[in-house]
Ligand binder design. Structure first.
Ligand code: PT1
Length: 278
């Protein structure tokens, strides 16, 4: 399978796609009023596209370690004004949410992909996406963002993540969702120690199920901080190294903050390793 079905779009996976992160959480802005926040988010989305993003991933609830859940009405209040503008751009929009009502509203507002960090464990989530034509990212998380980094334990992290993703795929298939709509994600940093993350990264291909495409999100994450000793604002070089390695290991979608820089890094990899010229 070398394309994914993503709403009205067919995205080729011949080269890794870049998913540009667009954060609508107030901690990523100055918090000086709603209109201002909407305008900034739209400007950031436009910049991510100009830098070469293939997909925009819009998220209004933080899932960083320790994050407090956002109420549904607040999540919708942040998302909908931005979706209203983005739907006129004719680019694939992914919405990062695990709430069924937010999935439904996002699909009505033109979302082409639902990015669910909880891997569609809620039956109502599955019901919200099954009858649509959106792509679905199924991610593995152990626990919940608020507490997931408090001593996560596995016997066999790669096997357990793969098993979870296999069950998620089976649930989607039973709900009538075609494989060409599915993307899998081992969920780096979600209930995993550095050793767990590294084991997953090394064995990335072994977490995939039936050759479904893998999405990898490691951009600026604390696992890179633990390796380099750098704070989040100094993690670009580490993020670029990780993005190139993920691509080399077969990841088909890279979820990143720094789209333009990642694009250059991947262009060098593609040219040198595969003889492709931008
Ligand atoms: C991800 C992802 C995501 N990450 C998908 N969606 C986040 N599909 C949000 C840290 O350790 O990897 N895949 N949506 C952001 N979450 C985190 C988690 C941010 C951990 C930072 C850390 O620093």
């Amino acid at each position: 399978m070398n394309t994914i079905r993503c709403g009205p779009y067919r995205l080729s996976l011949e080269r890794p796609l870049l998913m540009g992160i667009v954060n609508l959480t107030p901690d990523s802005f100055s918090g000086d009023g709603l209109l201002n926040d909407v305008e900034r988010a739209i400007a950031h989305a436009r910049a991510q596209l100009s830098a070469g993003a293939d997909i925009l991933d819009i998220g209004a609830e933080s899932s960083r370690p320790g994050a407090i859940p956002t109420p549904e009405d607040e999540e919708l209040r942040r998302l909908m004004p931005v979706m209203e503008e983005l739907r006129t751009w004719n680019v694939p929009i992914s919405v990062d949410t695990y709430k069924p009502a937010v999935m439904r509203a996002s699909l009505l507002a033109g979302a082409a992909m639902i990015n669910d960090i909880s891997g569609m464990v809620r039956p109502e989530a599955l019901a919200a996406v099954a009858g649509a034509d959106c792509a679905i990212c199924l991610m593995h998380m152990r626990g919940e963002p608020g507490t997931m980094q408090q001593a996560p334990q596995y016997t066999d992290v790669v096997g357990e993540v793969r098993q979870f993703l296999a069950s998620a795929v089976a649930r989607c298939r039973r709900a009538g969702i075609a494989d060409e709509r599915l993307v899998l994600d081992p969920g780096f940093g979600f209930g995993k120690s550095l050793q767990h993350n590294l084991a997953l990264f090394r064995a990335m291909a072994a977490t995939a199920v039936d050759h479904l495409p893998l999405l990898v999100g490691v951009s600026r994450k604390s696992m890179l901080g633990e390796i380099t000793g750098r704070p989040v604002r100094e993690r670009l070089p580490a993020s670029l190294a990780a993005a190139v390695l993920a691509a080399a290991k077969g990841a088909k979608i890279l979820r990143v903050h720094d789209v333009g820089e990642t694009r250059d890094a991947l262009a060098v990899w593609a040219a040198m390793e595969q003889g492709e010229n931008a």
